[in-house]
Design a protein. Structure first.
Length: 247
């Protein structure tokens, strides 16, 4: 996939849209169209879940969004592409997919944490189709990304090349919740400018036994073995090498 293009802007809340999908033969729809349509439907559902559940309990909201969007996506793909396998982040993995020629790869809510926070629009619905193409790896042939909170869906069947990159530092943005450790290494080797809170790096990296995963930890904060970890001790940005001296 070398690019994406805006194909849909959601209608304002409270205004219904007729999808008119009953008269369309699923076999006549392209895979990219199916991905875009299902992503848009899941996005509309997620906006409704936000309204229904509210933001009082972020865990309840996140769980409801993940679960209900996943059910909708699996149902729609089964209707529109009944012979295909599906790998979803929110469903048990059916290992028979490894023998399938077509596998839909789904993340019902990419950014569950942001989805669960009022005022955040930086979450998405991801739907992609992998197909066996004669090579050992196969390839992603069609995909769609819905950004429900800003009313947009992007798809791969009509591609526009991005404009040439402007001179100057490479601008990098990363999750404020899970900035990968490789960012600090890249910063030392490339002309980079970071956007967002990921640039506020901890002084040390260390394993946190409370979560069984490597986590960020300020220098001099103790052994990292805590029954109830403090706010800064959580699974985001990590490295599997224990202490790593980084600025």
């Amino acid at each position: 996939m070398s690019g994406i293009i805006l194909i849909h802007r959601a209608v304002p809340r409270g205004v219904s849209r007729s999808r008119n999908t009953e008269s369309v033969n699923p076999a006549e729809q392209t895979d990219a169209a199916v991905a875009a349509m299902v992503a848009a439907e899941a996005g509309e559902l997620l906006l409704a879940v936000r309204e229904e559940v509210g933001f009082y309990d972020s865990y309840d909201l996140g769980d409801a969004g993940d679960r209900r969007a996943n059910v909708l996506i699996l149902k729609r793909l089964a209707e529109l592409r009944p012979g295909d396998a599906v790998l979803s982040e929110e469903a048990a993995d059916d290992r028979s997919r490894v023998h399938a020629d077509r596998v839909w790869i789904v993340d019902p809510v990419d950014g569950t944490r942001e989805f669960s926070m009022a005022g955040h629009a930086d979450w998405a619905v991801h739907i992609a189709l992998w197909q066996r193409d004669g090579t050992p790896e196969g390839s992603i042939t069609d995909a769609a990304v819905a950004l429900p909170a800003v009313g947009e869906v992007y798809r791969t069947d009509t591609v526009q090349a991005p404009p040439p990159r402007r001179d100057g530092p490479i601008r990098i943005t990363a999750s404020s919740y899970r900035p990968p450790a490789v960012l600090w290494w890249l910063r030392e080797h490339l002309d980079m400018r970071w956007s967002g809170s990921a640039r506020r790096a901890p002084r040390r990296w260390r394993w946190c036994a409370a979560t069984s995963t490597p986590t960020s930890m300020p220098a001099g904060s103790g052994s990292g073995i805590r029954r109830h970890p403090p706010a800064w001790c959580r699974p985001p940005a990590c490295t599997p090498h224990g202490w790593v001296g980084r600025r």
